[in-house]
Design a protein around this ligand. Structure first.
Ligand SMILES: Nc1ncnc2c1ncn2[C@@H]1O[C@H](COP(=O)(O)OP(=O)(O)OP(=O)(O)O)[C@@H](O)[C@H]1O
Length: 620
């Protein structure tokens, strides 16, 4: 078998009728390719005739173009380590078992084999030739390191983008330092889900270039897919059996799932969205890891609170997934079974579990001073005013004490207290210096039995824990949830803020509707400024148009651009920008964008999903 992977002189193939351009190049051809390459790298294009004469394939040329767009350096190399990578996955296990049967071939060849995941991160490497091993090390082709096109430029790894077996020879690699090798890559597609799960790439010395390299990897991938199918089928059957055993009472939601498959009964299907499925799998993986069978409370995307019990399903040699029994947590009921209506905070909207919990706790804080904490703009003063009810409210901002002097500010506070017949709200009381804080604490204490009620707010930043606040004894401390933790309230908040903004703009309270794609895009933001920021966005949108229906395309472009939940790494950002630019150029047409990038349409969708680009917006 080893002969299959050893070198054969290029002329052997030429004389047997095969096209020498697909193999190692002659000196003249190599010189021609070098000229085309240099022109391309300096000008960004080259004469199509010379490209054709140099035998450059369209997929390599497309990849060079993308590398130029990423701003990659064709000389220097820069490793992209990827932190935590799971090197023990169903894919690595299947490939391990297949390679074990072929070890002898690899041992006697001068080739090295790399398995990557679908994002181009190396998961496994098999290399017996010490010289090639050193070469891999020098060029950072190592497990846990990304060999994605954005990191190392054109290599056979582009098979993950064009989803076809691909051979890249010598100078066709974008990086000059890869000119001494040929790489042959084949994508691995999951036989059940048809999702791209990774790629196998064989690297040989350029002198050993042969078409057999590619066909050997194709054979290998075929075997991997076959074995994958057997394992996958076995896992899925075990999961299905476990589901059927548990699904006796169809009234209750039941889910059986693993990383690839989800089986639900009709009740669960009605309850869950695709985001919930991801949430449940995350929960199940953690519960399995911690061997914790106790039910846990989870909040679904529509705000429903559920209790989830997780049971692992074990297959013959590996975990097949988990069965989750879901019980929605009911509203509180009276003994007679009537639902006790949840208390509300007058004038404020919200219906999610976190908001309801705040309302319940606020309703219980009937007397005494109350401290309200939360992130900036989350609605602390609004909650304080709602707690004060109909009583007249005076708001004093403690942050002003640092501008105009604590003494003057304290005098204003004392005067306000004297004149008040209702509530005093001390905004941002954590801004007070120690001495002023002590005076305020004393003032609050001395009015404990008076008719004036003190409410104070303090800012809790997203990154820092709660600071030690006032010295006063508060009878209740309430926490206002951050907007990102109560996204289920986004639609009602948008409606309430739209009514308010229309009033501010002097417009009739028009029946403006926020369409689902706009709400979805907005729900992807981190909202560090919380409801205050949302209020600003609403105002900007309404000022910008008078449509009755607000779509994602009506949102400000800076809002759309940052509508990604996950912070992207620098290279991912470059990749995302390239894709967004291509989508813009193609007026949002995904086929044309994929074509201009030279990648498969399914790859565009995969990248868009992985990078969190929102295709639902018409902002392209
Ligand atoms: N649940 C809600 N329903 C409707 N509007 C709300 C709600 N919560 C807050 N708002 C509005 O959001 C805006 C910001 O609220 P507020 O000023 O109370 O935030 P804050 O947390 O006190 O801000 P800061 O941290 O700047 O002191 C206000 O216009 C308020 O009316």
């Amino acid at each position: 078998m080893s002969t299959i992977l050893s070198a054969r002189p290029v002329d052997d193939y030429a004389s047997s009728g095969s096209n020498p351009r697909h193999l190692r190049r002659t000196e003249d051809d190599a010189a021609q390719l070098r000229r085309v390459r240099e022109t391309f790298l300096t000008t960004g294009s080259a004469d199509p005739r010379t490209i054709q004469a140099a035998g450059l394939s369209p997929s390599v040329l497309d990849s060079w173009r993308r590398c130029m767009r990423y701003g990659l350096d064709s000389i220097a190399s820069r490793p992209v380590h990827t932190g935590d990578v799971d090197l023990d996955t169903p894919l690595t296990r299947v490939v391990d078992s297949i390679i074990r049967q072929r070890e002898a071939v690899l041992e006697q060849s001068m080739c090295g084999l790399n398995l990557t995941d679908s994002e181009g991160v190396v998961l496994r490497q098999w290399v017996r030739d010490p010289a090639l091993g050193r070469w891999f090390e020098r060029h950072h082709v190592l497990p846990s390191v990304s060999v994605d096109e954005t990191a190392v430029g054109t290599t056979s790894g582009i098979c993950l983008l064009n989803e076809r077996p691909t051979m890249v020879r010598g100078l066709e690699h974008f990086r000059e330092e890869f000119a001494s090798v040929t790489s042959a890559g084949v994508p691995i597609v999951h036989p059940v889900t048809h999702r791209l799960v990774g790629s196998l790439n064989l690297t040989s010395r350029y002198e050993d270039t042969s078409p057999v390299l590619l066909s050997w990897v194709m054979d290998l991938v075929r075997d991997v897919q076959r074995a994958y199918q057997e394992t996958a089928t076995r896992r899925e059957r075990t999961l299905l059996d476990a589901y059927l055993t548990e699904n006796r009472d169809t009234r209750h939601p039941l889910v059986a799932l693993n990383d690839q498959t989800i089986i639900t009964n009709a009740t669960a299907a009605r309850l869950l969205t695709s985001v919930d499925q991801a949430l449940l799998w995350e929960h199940a993986s953690r519960a399995i890891q911690e061997s914790n069978p106790d039910p846990r409370q989870l909040v679904l995307t529509d705000g429903t609170v559920v209790s989830v019990r997780c049971r692992e399903v074990s297959g013959a040699s590996e975990s097949a997934g988990a069965v989750l029994t879901i019980r929605p947590i009911m509203e509180r009921k009276t003994r007679e079974g009537a639902v006790i209506p949840a208390p509300k905070l007058a004038g404020l909207v919200g219906d999610g579990p976190r908001w309801r919990e705040l309302c319940r706790r606020a309703a219980a804080a009937v007397a005494g001073p109350v401290l309200i904490i939360g992130e900036p703009g989350s609605g602390k003063v609004a909650v304080a005013k709602a707690i004060a009810g109909d009583a007249p409210v005076t708001v004093l901002d403690a942050a002003e004490s640092t501008v105009n002097g604590a003494q003057a500010w304290l005098l204003r506070l004392e005067r306000a207290v004297e004149e008040s017949t209702g509530a005093i709200v001390i905004r941002r009381c954590d801004e007070l210096q120690d001495a002023a804080a002590m005076s305020v604490a004393n003032l609050i204490e001395s009015h404990r039995n008076s008719t004036v009620r003190f409410l104070a707010t303090a800012t809790q930043s997203a990154d820092h824990g709660q600071r030690v606040l006032l010295h006063a004894e508060f009878s209740a401390i309430l926490k206002v949830p951050a907007l990102r933790d109560r996204l289920e309230d986004l639609p009602v908040l948008l409606d309430a803020l739209t009514r308010k903004a229309n009033q501010r703009l002097g417009r009739a309270p028009a029946d403006v509707r926020w369409m689902p794609d706009a709400v979805q895009a907005l729900s992807r933001l981190e909202w560090h400024g919380n409801i205050t920021s949302l209020e600003t966005v609403v105002l900007r949108v309404l000022q910008g148009n008078s449509n009755r229906y607000i779509n994602a395309g009506d949102l400000p472009t800076d809002v759309v651009a940052s509508a990604s939940r996950r912070k992207l790494a620098r290279l991912e950002q470059v990749e995302a920008n390239t894709i967004i630019a291509a989508l813009r150029e193609a007026n949002g047409n995904k086929n044309r964008a994929a074509e201009s990038l030279g990648i498969a349409r399914s790859t565009l969708y995969r990248k868009v999903r992985a990078l969190g680009i929102d295709l639902s917006t018409s902002a392209f």
